[in-house]
Design a protein around this ligand. Structure first.
Ligand code: PMP
Length: 427
């Protein structure tokens, strides 16, 4: 039987580099043919061969109310009928800005953009403009989009200049980024002791979801806040993924850490291209047209994207919304862990809010080094076996997973049963 996924992939590779419009979609990490999706509804997605999967990728985060939620679709249709874009301000932009600032008190002012990459890139520029400094700090394993200064890995010495992690990024730009270890408060302390007064910004995923799921240590978050305040450095919490995922007030609300700027995306766009950055008024007022830091976007605040985001943000504020998601994610990770234990497989799992991590390592990793030491081959085997069972996990051992409000207890039970069947035949 020919697979339509295979056919589409072969054709796509002729004219789209690697056959995909974003690298992780190519299944390079797990091997095999990527799925081409044609439809999503609630907790499920259907591929080009009409096979149904329980979806734990959620479009990499945005689909927190499930695919094609009727209210989101209705709002999008209504907005589209009124105009697809104006490149001029609309009342809906004011409404979503007010909604964001109401939910997240750390946002005194906010600006809309179209992708997480734009949000973090601009937050860095703004921090540099505000402080008049050039250096920034990021952490190994955190992903903040693909702007030049953020595609950087650690140099040879921990505190020395960063090096490009992508061809095409000039070494001179990478050298302005120092890359430190996540959850290493001592390393951060050392960097600040050495050149604290040159650091414009520290950017971090306050719950890391781009090296599988890694939770922050209390002392790491506290050191970051204390050192940034002491040295006049802008603390940028990148909540593009964790925002409206860890809980209504994101990771910074969950851990009670005050940012200077935050970046948002994914959930706040409801699946369409919308993202944002915001925070302290004195910093945000440096943006053009008020201030000298330039940033702009033809599609910023696009009315259709804003309609999807606004409706999603209304839905996530329903009483008990996050409590239920937290419970579902917990149920799933505990169920899969118990099955692995029963079958003697080195495995661990954890969740926070609606985000979860599955690790082929005996203990839950707390650092980039630990997560990289997990058994990638075992994950890849598990991934493909789950796919065959109709469960779609992120196609990489180093990505967090997501539950949505459309998942039912029956979906979770079916997922645990699928894992149990796979683990029973593991040897
Ligand atoms: N920051 C974080 C924490 C992310 O997870 C992502 C995307 N996975 C980005 C930034 C970049 O967002 P986008 O893909 O919308 O550019």
């Amino acid at each position: 039987m020919t697979s339509h996924n295979q056919e589409l992939f072969e054709q796509s590779q002729q004219i789209i580099p690697g056959g995909v419009n974003s690298p992780v979609r190519a299944f390079k990490s797990v091997g095999g043919t990527p799925l081409f999706f044609k439809r999503g509804k609630g907790a499920y997605v259907w591929d080009a061969d009409d096979k149904r999967y329980i979806d734990y990728v959620n479009s990499w985060g945005p689909m927190i109310v499930g695919h094609c939620h009727p209210e989101v679709v209705k709002a999008v249709q209504a907005a589209a009928a009124e105009g697809l874009g104006f490149g001029a301000p609309t009342a809906a932009e004011l409404e979503i800005a007010e909604t964001l600032c109401k939910i997240l008190p750390s946002l005194e002012m906010v600006r809309l953009v179209s992708s997480g990459t734009e949000a973090t890139m601009t937050a860095i520029r703004l921090a540099r403009g505000f402080t008049g400094r050039s250096r920034i700090i990021k952490f190994e394993g955190c992903y903040h989009g693909h702007s030049d200064g953020l595609l950087v890995k650690a140099g040879s010495g921990a505190l020395t200049f960063g090096q490009p992690s992508s061809s095409g990024v000039p070494a001179e730009i990478a050298a302005l980024t120092t890359v430190l270890d996540y959850n290493d408060a001592v390393g951060l302390e050392k960097a600040f002791a050495e050149y604290g007064d040159e650091i414009a910004a520290v950017i971090v995923e306050p719950v890391a979801g781009n090296m599988n799921l890694i939770l922050p240590k209390r002392e790491f978050l506290d050191a970051m806040r204390r050192l940034c305040t002491k040295h006049g450095t802008v603390l940028i919490l990148d909540e593009v993924m964790s925002g409206f995922r860890v809980g209504l007030q994101g990771a910074h609300g969950h851990y009670g850490i005050k940012p200077d700027l935050i970046t948002l995306g994914k959930v706040m766009g409801g699946g369409l291209p919308a993202a944002a950055f915001g925070g302290r008024r004195d910093i945000m007022q440096c943006l053009a047209p008020l201030g000298a830091v330039y940033q702009a976007g033809t599609l910023s605040g696009n009315p259709v994207a804003v309609a999807a985001g606004l409706t999603t943000l209304k839905l996530v504020q329903a009483p008990g919304f996050y409590e239920r998601l937290t419970q579902l994610a917990k149920q799933m990770t505990e169920g899969i862990s118990a099955s692995a234990k029963k079958h003697g497989i080195p495995f661990s799992a954890q969740s926070i809010g609606s985000m979860f991590g599955l690790y082929f390592s005996a203990n839950v990793p707390t650092s980039y080094a630990e997560v990289m030491a997990s058994d990638k081959a075992a994950f890849n085997r598990f991934f493909h076996a789950m796919l065959a069972e109709g469960v779609y996990l992120a196609p990489s051992a180093f990505e967090a997973g997501f539950v949505s409000a459309a998942h039912t207890e029956a979906d979770i039970a079916a997922t645990i049963a699928a894992a149990d069947k796979i683990f029973a035949a593991w040897k």
